[in-house]
Design a protein around this ligand. Structure first.
Ligand code: NAP
Length: 459
């Protein structure tokens, strides 16, 4: 382990870009390394916590409790939070490398994968990211418009994000009223005419990506039934082998939960969520807006755990005014940093950014921008620990180690560019104001959904 930061005895200066789980777990790992370290966490929004604030569904309050862990890290000596700074825009990664000994990019995967089919950009066809950001009050999506006047919504993809989108459409307004859902979204959801929500998988029930806890919730909603055609649960030989495999208990449990839904007598709830399998979207049709979606039936082929879907040339059509694609996130390139557009990640070896097989000095990655958009919140802890292990091993070898001035040298540069950094104590004022706004509505918080509102509060 590196012991100090050179003759000056000053701490090592590390910038972490992004304030979501992987950023905070990287900070935690740096503190645990025993290095004398000064951490600047830079976040493009004034408010911290990334997807825990703006991705985790409002009805999953327990998952958000992890914020208590992050805020304890933020209060540790040697940690500073600077919100409202967009790295790549307000300050470049090159400038960070001049001011810091090391930079960890933990900026997540903010874009969506496209389906690449006709009609994808019609009005009424949305990404899950937009909808999730909208109901969670993310400033980027505050002014998106979702027309919920149609009876049927179709969601493409069977991962946990699709589950979140389906559940928020399926829940009654009373179930959401006392969550931290953004009030502008709740108002629209109160008038929703959506009665039927199709959740479409391109492969079979054994390959759905839901986790069992999230899937089970569809059997427990107040005003919504879960529905499956039992014939769709027939497994081919490879899928039967998959769920019999010792390492695949999760998929076995998912198939059991689906079977439980299929065995229920038809319910009488106001809404129903329909899970359907082995269908891929072929095109979305409509003139000025979505009118229906055409799905192609698939067959599965390949060895167990490696099956892929292939179209059969047989199609079906679902009338709908609302389509969400929820087929995974993608990272966005950071100016001046290598990027693999195929995977939407920054190429790296054990967290060290690499270009043409050589590691790029000082720059590291953690979280979804490092490994792609997989895993749950806790998955990021081990990922960040691994990155920090690489960084700690490298620090003594960095030629410019020690003596860097960290945020002190950025402050005037940012000021000159008209950027006003938001500190952690500023955030706590925003936090208190949000909690107070929420109390008036019987909610744990009512978020500010425009950056200008957040900054006005601090002015
Ligand atoms: P995901 O788990 O990777 O699911 C993506 C889904 O889209 C899969 O069903 C996939 O099918 C399908 N898909 C991909 N490309 C497709 C295409 N071209 N056409 C049709 N379907 C396609 O992604 P996610 O739901 O965005 O979740 C991202 C991560 O966040 C996951 O690790 C998830 O568990 C996590 N998350 C967790 C929670 C929670 O813990 N409550 C909540 C939200 C998200 P194939 O399997 O065939 O590729």
């Amino acid at each position: 382990m590196a012991e100090g930061s050179g003759a000056s005895g000053a701490p090592w200066q590390v910038a972490i870009v992004g304030s979501g789980p992987s950023g905070f777990y990287a900070a935690e790992a740096l503190f645990k390394s025993g290095l004398p370290v000064q951490i600047s966490m830079l976040e493009r929004l004034p408010v911290p916590y990334g997807l825990v604030r703006s991705g985790v569904a409002p009805d999953h309050a327990k998952l958000k409790q992890v914020i208590d862990v992050y805020s304890r890290i933020a209060e540790m000596p040697g940690f500073e939070y600077y919100g409202n700074i967009r790295v790549g825009n307000d300050v470049s990664v090159g400038e960070l490398c001049e001011a810091y000994d090391a930079v960890i990019l933990a900026c997540g995967a903010e874009a969506d994968k496209p389906l690449g089919i006709d009609g994808e950009s019609l009005a009424g066809s949305h990404t899950a990211t937009e909808f999730v950001g909208w109901y969670n009050g993310h400033p980027d999506f505050r002014d998106r418009v979702f027309d919920l006047s149609h009876e049927r919504a179709v969601i493409i993809g069977q991962g946990n994000v699709a589950a979140d989108v389906a559940r928020i459409l399926a829940r009654s307004p009373q179930e959401l009223a006392h969550t931290d859902i953004a009030e502008h979204a709740l108002e629209v959801l109160r008038t929703s005419k959506v009665r039927e929500i199709f959740v479409v998988g391109r492969r079979g029930p054994a390959q759905a990506k839901f986790t069992s806890k999230e899937l089970k919730e569809f059997g427990e909603l107040e005003e919504c039934d879960a529905s499956i055609d039992p014939a769709e649960l027939a497994l081919n030989e490879a899928s039967a082998a998959e769920i019999a495999g010792a390492g695949n208990a999760g998929a076995k449990r998912i198939v059991e939960i689906f079977s439980g839904f299929a065995a229920r007598p038809p319910g009488k709830a106001r809404r129903r969520v329909v899970f359907t399998f082995q269908k891929s979207p072929a095109r979305i049709e409509g003139d000025s807006r979505v009118r229906n979606i055409v799905l192609e039936h698939n067959v599965l082929s390949g060895a167990p755990m490696n099956q892929s879907a292939r179209g059969t040339g047989k199609f079906m059509s679902l009338e709908t005014g609302l389509v969400f694609r929820s087929i995974g996130y993608r990272g966005i390139a950071m100016p001046g940093v290598p990027f693999d557009p195929r995977s939407g990640t920054i190429p790296n070896l054990a967290g060290r950014v690499v270009a043409e097989g050589q590691s790029v000095p000082q720059i590291y990655v953690a979280g979804w921008i490092k490994r792609g958009p997989t895993g749950i919140i806790g998955t990021n802890r081990a990922d960040s620990v691994a990155t920090v292990a690489s960084l700690v091993a490298d620090l003594p070898k960095l030629s410019a180690a020690g003596g860097k001035s960290g945020f002190a040298s950025l402050r005037s540069l940012l000021h000159g560019r008209g950027t006003r950094p938001v500190s952690f104590s500023d955030w706590k004022r925003i936090d208190a104001a949000e909690v107070a706004r929420g109390a008036n509505l019987g909610k744990p918080r009512e978020k500010f959904t425009y950056v200008r509102e957040m900054l006005a509060l601090l002015a």
